[in-house]
Every structure is written in C-alpha cells, then in structure tokens.
Write a new protein. Structure first.
Lengths: 112, 114
C-alpha cells in the first residue's frame, strides 16, 4: 500500500524554465511533508518542507505547495539549473519523531 | 565535519554470512533511523531509536538487529544474509522535537549478497 506516490518517474526541463514535481498521498493523518534531493551514490539531502496548516512555503528558488483537500503537493523550482538534475523524493510524516514515508522519486534532468 | 557517517560504504559478502553496518552522527540529535532502499528504489523505514530506546520496528525479519550504544551511534547487524538483503541501507538522524521531522541522511551502505 503506497501511501505516498510520485506518478512521474522522470521529468526533463530546459535550463531557466520552471520544474514542477508532483506528489500525491492517501493518509490524511500526515502532518508534515518534505522534499529531498538525491544524487547517485549519496544519501538524500533535505530541500524544503511544509506543514499541513500551510498551503505554501518558499525558500529561494524552491516553493512547495500543499492542497490538503486533494491530498496533493508539488515542488516548483524556478529557474531550473543544470545542478538541479537529481532524483527528488517527497516524504510525509506525522509528528516527530516518526518515520518518513517516501514516494518513489522523480528523476529531474535540466538541460542547457 | 561529516554530519551522518556510515561504514562501510560498500559491502560484498556471501549468503549465510553475518555482517554489521555502523552509523555515527555528530549533530547532537537524539533520534536515529535505518532505512532500506531496494532494487526498485523504494526507501522504507526499518528501525528507529530515540535516546537509545527502540521506538519504531517495522516488519523486518528478526535476522536484522539494531543496536544503539549511545545517542550518537546506531549499528545494524544482519545474521544469515540472504540474496534479498541486497540493497542500499541509509542511516538518518533527527531531533525528536524538530517541528517538521527533518531527518539528515548518511551516504548509504551498498550491500551485495552473492
């Protein structure tokens, strides 16, 4: 039972344009949502998070949007840069400390 | 100044052997985790310790035994290794009081069972 889903396994975007990565979840008990970025042969690194009481959180080029009624979140990267090319995982959690439930990941490729 | 470190980074062994993976964090966190990333790239929780106490124990075979000698260390011992244990194992740590439950991950240990 996959509680967190990323339906697009890959995304290709031109440098300078917007990248939009999507994530859906099924468990309404989740309170916190996080995005992680992962390069090959490295561990996931934290990018940005949002709590269920908000609908938007921004950090520089990264913005996460949450639509609780649709159980959907998205990560926007503007402008996209070649260094953003990586696998992006969304994750969900109840109150800390608790496990993170990860999506299956979306491989983003930003080309010049 | 590595935050979460794991040893070894690569581990190749025969079926039936016993092996251990070590994890250390220097972030002053009180909670540590083991996650497994399988061949399909799913990242799934295995165990979690808070202040050396086991707080999460997912449905993992009892051949896997975590041990936390102190808050900064969490080791994973695996007995009688099987082919299906081949995966990348990630250690992570966090503050129990962190609002967003942000977890910091180690570089991973790629285990290959032949």
């Amino acid at each position: 039972d996959q509680q967190v889903k990323q339906n697009s396994p890959s995304l290709s975007v031109q440098e300078g344009r917007i990248s939009i990565l999507n994530c859906d979840y099924t468990n309404s008990m989740f309170d916190y949502f996080l995005w992680y970025k992962k390069y090959p042969a490295e561990g996931p690194t934290f990018l940005i998070s949002i709590s269920s009481i908000k609908d938007k959180n921004e950090d520089g080029r990264f913005t996460v949007f949450l639509n609780k009624s649709a159980k959907h979140l998205s990560l926007h990267i503007v402008p996209s840069q070649p260094g953003d090319s990586a696998v992006y995982f969304c994750a969900a959690s109840r109150s800390a400390p608790d496990k993170l439930i990860f999506g299956t990941g979306t491989r983003l490729q930003v080309f010049p | 100044d590595t935050a979460v470190s794991q040893t070894p980074k690569y581990l190749v062994t025969q079926m039936g052997n016993d092996k251990s993976i070590k994890c250390e964090q220097n972030l002053g966190h009180d909670t540590m985790y083991w996650y497994k990333q399988d061949s399909k790239k799913f990242l799934k929780i295995m165990f979690s310790y808070n202040n050396k106490e086991l707080i999460i124990n997912e449905t993992v075979p009892n051949r896997f035994s975590p041990k936390s000698p102190d808050k900064a260390h969490l080791n994973l011992h695996i007995n009688s290794l099987e082919l299906g244990d081949s995966a990348v194992y990630f250690c992570a740590s966090s503050h129990a009081s962190d609002y967003y439950n942000e977890q910091f991950f180690g570089p991973g240990t790629r285990l290959t069972v032949l």
